[in-house]
Design a protein around this ligand. Structure first.
Ligand SMILES: Cc1ncc(COP(=O)(O)O)c(C=O)c1O
Length: 455
């Protein structure tokens, strides 16, 4: 094992990691997983409250039924480009669409960023074909994240995540965030409506005839776990209809049960035109992402008009043809159904929320708790009245203290100048009440170490 640590230290470039850390310490090497637990190479066990660090392993570790399905598929046919069909891709597309009324086409690729890139290209091509190139702008929201590529970062509302990577792609326009706890208008009854009105203000400023799509996370994830306020989605949907703007929902985090429904947007009465998804689609057992559209969006590109040679979606993703992705996704979806994991996410999500609210009674540094299902965030503040966010080092310290109790939690990091102050919980959907208690007890310990208790 010592060799592996040395090999890692010498040659692996870790994601999102300042490597100075490893001048004096070893990287965490995770070697095994079972249900919600992972073990490091030194034999330490951790309860993983963030599903693989990045909200991915929705059905938990060690699922032999997914591994078996993938193996069987790989020895039958591992790959053929998606210019042709294959059996698991057809079957998964059909199953997926049965969970998404109103949508009908699935385009395969292999990361959340790539799925979003496809969506952006679809919007741009429709702008060309239908609107003489005019409706090319894509609106995105402050605090949302849509991926790591330059186009996805161009559509991301997180200043630190973007810093040093510009210049960015033109045609991506920011609209204000909708975090009620950080209300731009103080305490108001109709915050959701006001936040949506801000989108309309941007649409009118830019000119509706220039805007092709509005791209939003159903619940902002890495930007601080921000569920939309009451009244927001109704207005957003109406704006899209009014100004002929496609609604693109990025379900890369919320998709496949995380919030207690198949998709986050299904909590609200909205009908998206494009939905992208990745992480939970196969719970990390294979790389797969999907860009799902309505038949109307598909047809807007399918029907030949000006130039038959050019008028189709001229996009390809080599690894979108890996059959392991849909094979794993089919087995993953079957587990969610067989084990009633949507219900469990709702039930345990409620239980976790209740326990967290009890911690809020105890610790003044908890400013806000928010989320849905098994996707919850805890925003930490220096002072509840001033709401001054704690420094990123405080959230990092809480996470580190939880680690000492054998629990891995997440926290927003290096995304904003000010708001790297939200802890994130997104355990696997199979979690039990006892495991929720373990997470809460680690948090209780960590908070007791970093703050004064309330009287
Ligand atoms: C909402 C959202 N969209 C897109 C992405 C990008 O996904 P990937 O890292 O698979 O490219 C992420 C990643 O965390 C995400 O949180």
């Amino acid at each position: 094992m010592k060799d592996s640590i040395q090999q890692d230290k010498q040659h692996v470039w870790h994601h999102l990691t300042p490597h100075q850390l490893f001048d004096n310490t070893d990287p965490l090497m995770i070697v095994r997983g079972e249900r919600l637990s992972v073990w490091d190479c030194k034999g330490n066990e951790y309860l993983d409250a963030v599903s693989g660090g990045l909200w991915t392993v929705n059905v938990g570790y060690g699922r032999t039924e997914i591994a078996d399905a993938v193996r069987e598929q790989l020895v039958t046919l591992n790959y053929f480009a998606q210019t042709a069909g294959n059996l698991p891709a057809a079957e998964f597309a059909s199953k997926l669409i049965s969970k998404m009324p109103g949508l009908s086409r699935v385009y395969y690729s292999n990361s959340g960023s790539e799925a979003n890139e496809k969506a952006f290209k679809i919007v741009r091509q429709i702008a060309e074909k239908k609107y003489g190139g005019k409706k090319y702008k894509i609106l995105y929201r402050e605090r949302d994240y849509h991926g790591t590529t330059i186009a996805c970062l161009s559509a991301t509302g997180q200043e630190q995540r973007k810093a040093q990577y510009g210049p960015f792609a033109p045609g991506f326009i920011e609209v204000p965030h909708c975090c009620e706890y950080r209300s731009q208008w103080g305490d108001v009854d109709n915050y959701g409506e006001l936040a949506a009105n801000e989108i309309e203000r941007v649409i009118l400023r830019e000119g509706p005839e220039t805007i092709g799509a509005l791209c939003l996370e159903p619940i902002t994830a890495g930007g601080g776990v921000i569920p939309p306020p009451k009244g927001y989605w109704e207005k957003v949907q109406a704006l899209c209809k009014k100004y002929d703007i496609l609604l693109h929902i990025d379900e890369v985090v919320c998709g496949l049960g995380r919030t207690g429904k198949w998709f986050g947007y299904q909590h609200y009465d909205i009908q998206p035109d494009i939905v992208t998804m990745a992480k939970g689609v196969a719970s990390g057992y294979a790389a797969i992402s999907c860009t799902v559209t309505t038949e109307a969006v598909f047809n807007a590109i399918k029907y030949v008009d000006s130039d038959p040679k050019m008028d189709y979606f001229r996009d390809v993703s080599t690894f979108g043809g890996c059959t392991s992705g849909p094979a794993a996704a089919l087995a993953n979806l079957q587990i969610i159904e067989n084990e009633n994991l949507l219900e469990n996410a709702q039930k345990q999500g409620c239980y976790l929320l209740c326990q967290l609210l009890a911690l809020k009674e105890k610790y003044a540094l908890i400013g806000d708790i928010r989320g849905k299902g098994l996707f919850l965030g805890i925003e930490l503040v220096e002072n509840r009245n001033s709401k001054v966010p704690v420094d990123e080092s405080v959230s990092a310290k809480v996470a580190a203290l939880c680690m000492t109790k054998g629990v891995i939690i997440g926290h927003t990091n290096r995304s904003f100048t000010q708001f790297n102050n939200t802890l994130c919980l997104s355990p696997a959907l199979i979690i039990t009440e006892q495991e929720v208690d373990s997470i809460v007890s680690a948090l209780d310990f960590a908070f007791s170490q970093v703050s004064d208790t309330l009287d």
